[in-house]
Design a protein around this ligand. Structure first.
Ligand code: 13P
Length: 263
């Protein structure tokens, strides 16, 4: 049992929600209500324009800030893009390859791999999202899809970085549907992810890297995921827009983290 070596991580992906005042209010509420989260890393991932303000706001607290995406390019004439180096002073994490980016904005595995390299190069930690669509699950292709996504991404990860990686398993059919995966199904894929990366990068990295579950996580169901040995936290969408729900999820992570530590 080695899961206690890894710090639990609960990240709230606010997607394209929150006006400025709402974002500030939500961040303040979370900072106040989740203040006793010493066993859990809590990350707010707001839309780009609020990142600087939120980074200021959470400075000195238990919280950190992440970004939902970054450009595949380093810098230059790329109108509308936001480069990794611009995020680096404010963000600890950057989500890479979220299914909404893959499926609504045409991000290929190769683009995701290139973004991953940018995030690492600028000293931030990527939260690499992987996950199958419903028809792929029904066709029994879940692990093959996840393996393909991991394999292409791995081209951008070297041995020294692998232990810092965060992978979020987010089955596409569970995102925003109120229909989460079962904890057992999520654990099966989380274990596969850790096993695959361990084979490629060695035991040490495999034990250190964190695997999150995402897809209709709530304060009510979060504990069942966190109790699984290979699930180290959650990437939360809808429920992260409600401070009480989000802090309920953080609370569940704290309870399990303490239990795992004692195990
Ligand atoms: P929901 O929690 O709203 O299902 O969204 C999950 C997600 O996409 C987090 O990145």
């Amino acid at each position: 049992m080695t899961s206690h070596l890894r710090r639990a991580l609960v990240a709230g992906n606010w997607k394209m929600h929150t006006a400025y005042e709402e974002a500030v209010h939500l961040a303040r509420e979370v900072a106040t209500s989740c203040s006793d989260a010493s066993d859990v890393e809590v990350v707010l991932i707001p839309p780009f324009p609020w990142i600087v303000t939120l980074a200021e706001l959470v400075r000195g607290s238990m919280l950190s800030v992440g970004a939902q995406n970054c450009s595949v390019y380093e810098r230059g004439a790329y109108t509308g893009e936001v480069a990794a180096f611009m995020l680096a002073p404010f963000c600890r994490y950057v989500i890479v390859g979220h299914s909404e980016r893959r499926h609504l904005f045409g991000e290929t595995d190769e683009i995701v791999a290139a973004k991953l390299a940018r995030v690492f190069a600028h000293g931030m930690t990527p939260i690499l999202c992987v996950g199958e669509r419903l028809e792929e699950r029904e066709a029994g292709q879940t692990l093959a899809v996840v393996e393909r996504q991991l394999a292409t991404a791995a081209a951008s990860i070297d041995r020294s970085q692998a232990g810092r990686l965060v992978v979020a398993y987010e089955p596409v059919w569970a995102i925003g549907t109120g229909r989460p995966a079962t904890a057992a199904d999520a654990q099966e894929v989380a274990r596969f992810i850790r096993g695959w990366l361990t084979e490629r990068y060695g035991e040490r990295a495999g034990r250190a890297l964190r695997v999150l579950y995402g897809g209709s996580v709530t304060a009510d169901n979060a504990g069942t995921f966190f109790s699984e040995p290979d699930i180290d936290g959650a990437l939360v969408g809808g429920a992260s827009l409600d401070a009480a729900q989000f802090c309920g999820i953080v609370g569940a992570a704290r309870v399990v983290a303490r239990a795992k530590k004692g195990a």
